[in-house]
Write a protein that binds this ligand. Sequence first.
Ligand code: AMP
Ligand code: MG
Length: 394
Amino acid sequence: MLKVNAAITILLENSRRLVQSEEINLIDATGRALACDIIAPIDVPPADNSAMDGYAIRFNDWSDAQTGIPMSQRVTAGSVPTELIPGSAARIFTGAEVPPGADTVVMQEHCEEVEGGVRILKQPALGANIRRRGQDLSTGQKVLAAGQRLRAQDLGLAASLGIARVPVFRRLKVAVMSTGDELREPGDDIQPGQIYNSNRYTMKSQLAAWGCEVVDLGVARDDPERVSEMMLLAAERADVIISSGGVSVGEEDHVKAVVDELGAIDLWRIAIKPGKPFAFGQVRGTPFIGLPGNPVSVFVTLLVIARPYLFACQGIADTAVQPVRHTALFEKKASPREDYLRVRATDSGVELFSNQSSGVLFSTTWGDGLVRQKPDEEIQEGALVDFIPYAIFN
Ligand code: AMP
Ligand code: MG
């Protein structure tokens, strides 16, 4: 069976960016993948300005200023100063541009206003309290890279450069379908033999959080005809198809056979726990990801296996996930598959949820992340393990 890393690599090798770029307003760009590098068009700040409320002087005038020098102008933030008359001081406020000729700002706490002027009580350092033009960003500097997902601070940075519109990749359209005769929707009554469809909600919510546009196709009954119809519709309407259930080995598992007939299954079964029956292929040329049916398997394989592929399809450059090392507060026998354990982090280490069954969805909400247990490696209590907080998958 294919190892987890090998499966991720195969998916990535088969991936290509499926979306064109578009230009949108900066204010709407949170979470979107940047389509081009952003180069600073101006210096930030655009001019030397004061870091303090105080008095701007020429440093050479400092000794005269001990006894008092006249105040020749008042510069507030947003106003334009004039050349500082030698032997005088300018009253200045935080963010105000430093008058040409002034080279030092003395904070007001070190000054005393006197009749018509100001006395400086403490020797300043040359150049003190001046924020230099371009000290944050300088013209021509690459400030944001193509392929990065824009965060709050990235939007702020672009705004500081006066950039109002940004080139981003169009949202990836992902068709989502669930399979199973037993499924009913929340809000409906359930009869004996039926359960509520949870995978649909897990998948839609996670995909939306990753910036995808979800084409929700609902549920296909366990009938090859129905599955086939829905697959063809999905292939037509979306960039990528994701299904849950029906990819295992039971007689009512039709997804794999249908995809094989309409397109191809290129990969099936991964040495991962939970989530072994994961499938990957295409339907009429549209990439297909077949998640298992068990709700925890859906969640784990979506995060671990599908995520890097979906990111690459969206034009996101960095798809890697970096676990953090944390102390195991439990022991766990070795298993031949790579096991993603649902855990909760505490100050002293990570605790294991008591039931690691792939059907126990509560294991995913009880805690904060997954511990990756490598195949054939036992976890001893007190050992350092790879912990991946859920937030890292965002
Ligand atoms: P399957 O792979 O279709 O045999 O499904 C495996 C298990 O997951 C079965 O117990 C199904 O009832 C359950 N399951 C499949 N799809 C869903 C779903 N959308 N929501 C909740 N449970 C599901
Ligand atoms: Mg099923």
